[in-house]
Ligand binder design. Structure first.
Ligand code: HAM
Length: 403
């Protein structure tokens, strides 16, 4: 038997209802915040992710679904959404036109990770990218968006924020961090030894406890921010406080992708196990320029949809629509035509098989129908139809042509 690939999941039944319910809520919040839907290809040139997500990241190092296509192009299934949005932003020359552009998207992402609970190889993100706004108010704005989405879904969260500085303050911090790492290098895991060479601040984010113990006294970037970054971080904290969002400053939060500067944030849930990050994002003011565009400040986030599925409670669905059935084969043609008519305005299902009334009522209940409409032998002869309102438990015989 052919099975789904490891780390790839089918989403159906209640989970698919939760999935579409989530998309409806998240899209409606994004629209209220002035974001427009964007759809990008799943496949991009590998170079796009190498340059944006970064050569030092685990994603580019070990997790890319990369292959050579039939035309000899080195391509890759997108591991995240930001790079593709930025690529299309530059390709459409929006960086040259200038102004603010706000996009939201959702869709599948691919990372060849070791699958475990909450960690898949194909997963879905809902994300936004806001271009052209330098103000730290916009960082607060996108954070408030995530909070609004999660609140509408009644999902509890913890928000962690940090500042990753800029090209002015980061190099000095990096030097002091490297000095610290030199002293403890022998105890670091193999990945951190590589990270130390490629992008030392990534060591701060290592999940291995022995590495965490060694870096407990490592210098903190928030203590070394330049005036501009410090002011922006202060503004962000103030705006979040003024708008009633609680947060924690996590000086070890560095994010797993290379493009960030200044604010970085993660939303955590304590109710979903080890893979507790339900959303992550931050500012990336250099990425547009780095990918060949005109310098454009930008900030965004992505929510991991699968990680939310166990946390979403669907609203109680009200009974709606009609279930049509027949106790007699002759009636199928009649109910088929009637169903087509009714379907213009409401939800309708038809049971083609001849069944007992009890079995039809069970079917109507499963469909969550408001009405169960059946034609039996007598109804067929008399041009009537038996209709039960399942909400009020009332039944009546109606003229078929008037129903
Ligand atoms: P990220 O933190 O890599 O950020 O991913 C965002 C979210 O996607 C995570 O918080 C998590 O919920 C979910 N996620 C990541 N990997 C997996 C996986 N293997 N299985 C299931 N869920 C996963 C980004 O991707 C950035 N592009 C976010 C961003 C947008 N930053 C600025 N704009």
């Amino acid at each position: 038997m052919i099975k789904a690939l490891r780390g790839m999941k089918d989403i159906f039944f209640e989970d698919s209802q939760k999935f579409t319910y989530f998309i409806e809520i998240a899209s409606s919040v994004a629209k209220r915040y002035g974001f427009n839907y964007i759809e990008n290809p799943l496949l991009e040139e590998t170079a796009l992710f190498k340059r944006s997500v970064g050569e030092s990241s685990d994603i580019v190092n070990k997790e890319m679904y990369q292959f050579i296509d039939k035309g000899g192009n080195d391509v890759c299934l997108r591991p995240e959404g930001t790079a593709g949005v930025v690529r299309s932003f530059i390709e459409k020359k929006l960086d040259r036109i200038g102004g603010n552009y706000k996009f939201f998207y959702y869709g599948m992402m691919f990372r060849y990770e070791r699958p475990q609970k909450g960690r898949l190889r194909e997963f879905h993100q809902f994300g936004v990218e806001s271009f052209g706004e330098q103000s730290a108010y916009e960082d607060a704005n996108v954070i408030l968006m995530v909070a609004d989405i999660l609140k509408e879904l009644d999902i509890k969260f913890k928000l962690k924020i940090n500042s990753l500085g800029c090209m002015q303050c980061l190099p000095e911090f990096r030097d002091s961090l490297i000095k610290h790492l030199n002293d403890i290098e022998s105890g670091l895991c193999e990945d951190c030894k590589r990270r130390k060479k490629q992008n030392p601040i990534r060591v701060l984010d290592c999940k291995i406890s022995s590495c965490q113990d060694l870096i407990i006294n490592a210098p903190k970037l928030v203590d070394k921010l330049c005036t501009d970054c410090d002011n922006d971080f202060e503004t962000l904290k103030k705006v979040l406080k003024d708008n009633g969002i609680e947060f924690e400053i996590d000086t070890k939060l560095v994010r797993g992708l290379d493009y960030y500067n200044k604010s970085a944030f993660e939303f955590i849930s304590n109710d979903i196990g080890a893979q507790s990050a339900i959303a992550g994002g931050g500012r990336y003011d250099k990425l547009v320029e780095y990918l060949g565009g005109k310098t454009t400040p930008a900030v965004g986030f992505a929510i991991g949809i699968e990680r939310l599925l166990n946390l979403i409670k669907l609203p109680e669905s009200k009974r709606e629509g009609i279930y049509f059935g027949a106790l007699d084969d002759n009636a199928i043609n009649l109910i088929f035509k009637k169903a087509q008519e009714k379907r213009k305005k409401q939800k309708v299902t038809i049971e083609y098989k001849r069944k007992s009334l009890k079995a039809h009522l069970k079917g109507a209940d499963k469909f969550n129908a408001k009405y169960c409409a059946i034609i039996g032998e007598d109804e067929f002869k008399n041009s009537t139809i038996w209709v039960k309102n399942l909400e009020e438990s009332k039944e009546e015989i109606l003229d078929f042509n008037k129903f």
